[in-house]
Design a protein around this ligand. Structure first.
Ligand SMILES: [Mg+2]
Length: 362
């Protein structure tokens, strides 16, 4: 039996090469990275991670160090669903979201990595094996970039192989957003997939006004127009704004996705494997979206998520973020002519440079 014999947590602060910003989270100078390393009785290892945009990493580290190991060590690592339920309900009273579910996401990812490595299979095949080539877009975090810098970043992304790009919106005046979206559309040409992301900036009424103002520039979707709690408001944005709506990076449970999807409040459900509870709930959300005939997209953690979307027949675009993690990964994800290709290495195939990470321990 592949029993878990050890669980080790790591906590790091990853500096960013450029300061990033969106409409809600202020200036981002560094990301926090929390890792989990599970080892089984045969010496096999599984690795998982989660990240934050600058805060709460210490709380995640405490949960991974003090609360979860007693629920893991000695357990059969192949019973991932049982372990997921046990950890979820074990933390539920103080958890059900926040740092707890981010910690559980990293743990669940490590369990799936361990299982796939033991079987000698890439994760995308273990999860169903639909198509390793996943369309991918560059997720710019660029709200405060002057226009010329935004266009330079866009050219950079085109050179890197991206054939779809997302930009931030939600500046002080809607007219500024409209002008930037217009300039990007002109720069990229008609038909190029351009997404816009408001990071929860608006009320439903403001979002409907913005969506209608963006319509002439045909964005592929408008992302997070309102706060994740305003389900009724976002249903109105879908119905009255005239644009497809993506949302989900700030939903934390399968059941929150069910509420939003069933209400008709989202066109592109967008779970993040590092904050929705891990691979286990991510795949349930993807299948839930499939049952509603909706395409599923993703947020963050592209190196792992490429496997999950490669296993989902209803997958849409994979988001690739410039979180600065590439410097600490042996073989970062490559983009070829607009596609990310899930690797054939066993597990998720991410090998962290633990020595280099040691230098940025938080
Ligand atoms: Mg977003």
């Amino acid at each position: 039996m592949p029993n878990v014999v050890s669980m080790e947590a790591g906590y790091y602060r990853v500096p960013l090469e450029v300061t990033l910003s969106d409409s809600t989270h202020g200036d981002m100078l560094a990301f926090e990275l929390n890792t989990v390393r599970l080892r089984d009785a045969d010496g096999a290892e599984g690795v998982g991670y989660t990240f934050t945009v600058g805060r709460n990493g210490a709380a995640i580290d405490a949960i991974l160090t003090r609360d979860i190991p007693e629920q893991m060590v000695g357990q059969d690592a192949d019973r991932i669903e049982l372990l997921w339920q046990r950890v979820w309900w074990g933390q539920h009273y103080g958890g059900r979201g926040g740092p707890t579910v981010l910690a559980q996401s990293a743990l669940d990812m490590a369990l799936w990595d361990l299982k796939a490595r033991r079987l000698g299979q890439p994760l995308w095949k273990l999860l169903g094996g639909y198509d390793p080539r996943v369309p991918c877009y560059a997720g710019g975090i660029d709200l405060d970039f002057p226009l010329d810098k935004l266009l330079r970043q866009t050219d950079d992304n085109l050179r890197k192989g991206f054939r779809a790009i997302k930009m931030k919106v939600g500046r002080k005046r809607l007219a500024e957003d409209v002008e930037r979206v217009r300039a990007m559309r002109e720069h990229l040409g008609e038909g190029f997939p351009l997404m816009v992301d408001a990071n929860m900036k608006w009320s439903a009424d403001e979002a409907i006004r913005a969506a209608r103002a963006f319509q002439p520039y045909a964005p592929a979707w408008l992302e997070e127009p309102v706060i994740p709690d305003d389900v009724a408001g976002q249903v109105r944005v879908v119905r009255e704004g005239g644009l497809p709506i993506a949302a989900g990076e700030n939903l934390r449970t399968l059941w929150e996705f069910k509420q939003l999807i069933a209400a008709g409040g989202v066109t592109y459900p967008e779970p993040d494997v590092t904050n929705c509870g891990g691979v286990t709930p991510f795949m349930k959300i993807a299948h839930l979206a499939e049952a509603y005939n909706l395409p599923v997209t993703s947020h963050g953690a592209h190196d792992v998520t490429v496997h999950l979307l490669a296993a989902a027949p209803n997958r849409s675009y994979l988001e690739a973020h410039g979180f600065g993690l590439d410097r600490y990964i042996a073989e970062p994800l490559r983009i070829e002519e607009g596609f990310a290709v899930a690797p054939d290495r066993p597990g998720h195939g991410i090998e962290f440079d633990w020595k280099a990470l040691q230098a940025i321990r938080a």
